[in-house]
Write a protein that binds this ligand. Structure first.
Ligand SMILES: [Zn+2]
Length: 462
């Protein structure tokens, strides 16, 4: 083999791993590199890797020239949060927070087709735990601020990255930030990469984009009936199990009042325009007049929609009695509630107490936090629309109220309006967050990178 040929072959061998990404811009390559580093940390609960990953990110910001005083790595137990500030000149008003979480749901490599902790690009997808929930958000937000810094861009207001460390489990880092580091969070509102986003049809055409503006509050209550009990051969008229059963029938029969906010009406108007049949008609009627009780009745009968127009409470677990031959001394049922934004937890407890009557004890389990819906700010809605339309021109933008809860709950409860405005578009059939073989479309990742840059320049540019 000639020396020239050998060197040509060597050069090719060295260059080969890069050829797959040869068409990436420097910004895309940098974002991909960060993404790939992030996926490699197993940041599921109990592995202590969140602070290590946060340390890696902090170093990227340090290397890019962010002063130490604007980088806050805040450990909490085995996890941590990271707050990084890109200073603005203040002419545009109060800061904007940019949120995502660094932790992921556990993934057992034995169950996956590919290593969950290696970013694998295959057939137009990025595979790996956290590729969609939500290390894509962590990577694109970080890369965007690093790019702005490198370009010497001075925003009109501070842009503040707030990455939490246990969104999937305790949300203790979020509560710690809100309770103990409020000075770092002083902001007009927060944009959350872990909410909202676009839906693609199966043929890849953009269907809709949703902005998440509200989340229902999760709360559990226990109904308990106590009784002196006794020997089952001497049954008495009162009985803890019978009385609990009576109370549960009352909860079953009770329907919480119909409620709505800006998001409810906007959502039903948009969905009703395409939804078929009786339910579609009810959505359109409700959007026009939420006091239309016939429309509300149709929606309340539909499991997928009842929770969108009211608080819901439903029995989920039972325990009672202590022996087959003993009268029960107590009987308890768990009632799981999804509370409409803006309704206090104590209010729901009181309603349940009124429904079941005095003989039944109603207690709140754990420490649920209620939050209100964030107002649909026209300036933000318009900026998000412009940014989304640079990727998918003309796609409809729809506000959305989530039935679950994320970090945004605590921010909203602390008075910081929070908007889930992820830049990712994906197909419903590609939704594997929390599951096996989590993935996102490669194009969606790079589009989201462009989207954040356009959106933040719009909201904090000159
Ligand atoms: Zn998430």
């Amino acid at each position: 083999m000639s020396r020239t040929l050998l060197s040509v072959l060597l050069a090719f061998a060295i260059a080969a791993p890069c050829t797959a990404h040869a068409s990436l811009t420097p910004e895309q390559a940098r974002a991909r590199e960060i993404y790939s580093k992030l996926i490699a940390y197993d940041t599921s609960a109990g592995h202590g890797q969140v602070p290590v990953m946060a340390g890696y990110l902090a170093q990227q910001f340090r290397d890019a020239g962010f002063p130490e005083s604007d980088i806050h790595l805040l450990p909490l137990g085995e996890t941590a949060s990271l707050v990084v500030r890109l200073r603005g000149n203040g002419s545009g008003g109060k800061p904007i927070l940019l949120m995502a979480h660094m932790d992921v749901v556990a993934a057992d490599p034995k169950d996956w087709q590919r290593d969950p902790f290696t970013l694998i690009e295959e057939n137009g997808y990025f595979f790996g735990r956290g590729t969609s929930d939500v290390k894509d958000g962590v990577a694109t937000l970080s890369a965007t601020l690093l790019r702005m810094k490198a370009e010497g861009f001075v925003p009109t207001r501070d842009l503040v990255i707030v990455f939490t460390g246990d969104e999937e489990t305790e949300m203790a880092t979020t509560q710690d930030l809100v309770n103990k580091h409020r000075d770092l969070l002083d902001a007009e509102y927060a944009l959350n990469a872990d909410g909202g986003g676009g839906t693609l049809e199966e043929d890849g055409k953009a269907r809709t984009y949703s902005i998440q503006t509200a989340e229902k509050t999760y709360a559990d209550f226990e109904l308990t009936v106590h009784n002196p009990g006794g020997h089952s051969s001497w049954p008495r008229a009162d009985n803890a199990i019978y009385e609990l059963a009576d109370a549960l029938k009352k909860v079953q029969a009770y329907r919480f009042p119909t409620q709505w906010n800006d998001t409810t009406l906007a959502e039903f108007a948009a969905e009703g325009a395409v939804a078929p049949g009786e339910v579609g008609a009810a959505m359109r009627a409700f959007a026009k007049n939420p006091r239309d009780t016939a429309a509300a009745d149709v929606l309340a009968r539909t499991p997928a929609h009842v929770g969108r127009i009211s608080t819901t409470c439903v029995a989920t677990m039972l325990r009672g009695g202590h022996g087959k031959n003993a009268l029960p001394q107590s009987a308890t049922a768990n009632i799981n509630c999804r509370i409409f934004p803006g309704v206090a937890i104590a209010q729901v407890q009181k309603t349940l107490q009124d429904v079941v009557g005095k003989g039944v004890e109603v207690t709140t389990i754990d420490h649920p936090t209620a939050s209100d819906a964030s107002p649909l700010r026209p300036d933000l809605m318009e900026a998000v629309t412009r940014a989304v339309h640079t990727i998918h021109p003309g796609v409809q933008i729809v506000p959305n109220q989530a039935s679950g809860a994320s970090d945004g709950l605590y921010f909203r409860a602390a008075g910081i309006p929070t908007y889930g405005v992820a830049g990712m578009f994906s197909k419903e059939s590609d939704a594997f967050a929390h599951g096996l073989n989590e993935r996102v479309p490669v194009q969606g990742f790079y589009d989201a990178l462009d989207y954040w840059y356009v959106l933040l320049k719009d909201l904090a540019g000159h």
